[in-house]
Write a protein that binds this ligand. Structure first.
Ligand code: NAP
Length: 252
């Protein structure tokens, strides 16, 4: 039921952090995986680590904000790996400012483009491949900030709230094509993104752990199980949902 043998997955931002954790999980479940990100060296290393574990993997240099690069990546992945069944929209960015009004328009645009607008660019490019396969799975990565907000990252909270609503639109619009679209809402995970946050607010590490019922932060690999579930036949009647993987952060 959770077997992904013969399936092809594209993971944006799959060269590190949560994206690589998910790419590894999908590959371990049997999928061939394409990772798409800008840093080619990081992508090469990620693909090497997948291949050395015996998986089929390929990297594409791609800025998710560039529609031409996205089209080349999606078509290239489907061409090289034999179609496309699973899309993981994981690439993301954050910019912070002391107060909402301090966030520059450039930073606002970068965050909203990367975290939200890119989902439409990549999903629209993937659609013909998913449809041609007779169905597929879209997994969008939201955040605790899809539910909560913060004064220091207004574009991040706005974009991640939008991810949940965009996912619902895909779930409705693509149901006739047997495509299920769902969100994962990660709790606090140690990655490059949160290292930058901890440099600004070091005291928040322990405060977040203390506020989380599980009493700790997550490892990127801990997002993989839910991604495999949402990529597999086990979730065929689940669509438009947002699943927290947060050690219980949202329940208190
Ligand atoms: P990360 O380690 O900084 O990874 C971000 C990934 O996105 C990298 O692979 C990066 O690769 C890629 N990326 C960024 N901008 C891109 C662009 N314009 N085009 C293509 N790829 C781009 O951060 P992470 O924590 O793993 O974050 C992954 C996702 O999880 C994000 O959507 C983030 O918002 C979400 N999330 C993270 C946490 C957490 O606690 N860490 C919690 C909730 C949600 P390149 O730089 O090579 O392009």
């Amino acid at each position: 039921m959770f077997d992904l043998t013969g399936r092809v997955a594209l993971v944006t931002g799959g060269n590190g952090g949560i994206g690589l954790g998910i790419a590894r999980g999908l590959a371990e479940a049997g999928a061939a995986v394409a990772v798409a990100a800008r840093n080619e060296e990081k992508s090469r290393a990620a693909v090497e680590s997948l291949k050395s574990a015996g998986h089929r993997a390929i990297a594409f240099a791609c800025d998710v904000n560039d529609p031409a690069a996205v089209a080349a990546t999606v078509d290239g992945a489907a061409g090289e790996l034999g179609g496309l069944d699973i899309l993981v929209n994981n690439a993301g960015a954050n910019r912070r400012a002391p107060e909402p009004q301090d966030l520059s328009l450039d930073d606002w645009r970068l965050v909203v483009d990367t975290n939200l607008t890119s989902l439409h660019i990549v999903s629209a490019a993937a659609f013909p491949h998913l449809k041609a396969n007779g169905g597929g799975k879209v997994i969008n990565i939201g955040s605790m900030m899809s539910v909560f907000a913060t004064g220091y990252a207004p574009a991040y909270a706005a974009s991640k709230g939008g991810v949940v609503q965009y996912t619902k639109s895909l779930a409705i619009g693509w149901a006739p094509y047997n495509i299920q679209a769902n969100c994962i809402l990660p709790g606090w995970v140690r990655t490059d993104m949160t290292e930058a946050f901890l440099e600004m607010f070091p005291e928040r590490y322990q405060a977040i752990a203390d506020r989380t019922p599980a009493g700790r932060w997550a490892e990127p690999a801990e997002l993989a199980g839910t991604a495999v579930y949402l990529a597999s036949a086990a979730s065929n009647f689940v669509t438009g949902a947002s699943i927290p993987v947060d050690g219980g952060y949202l329940v208190q």
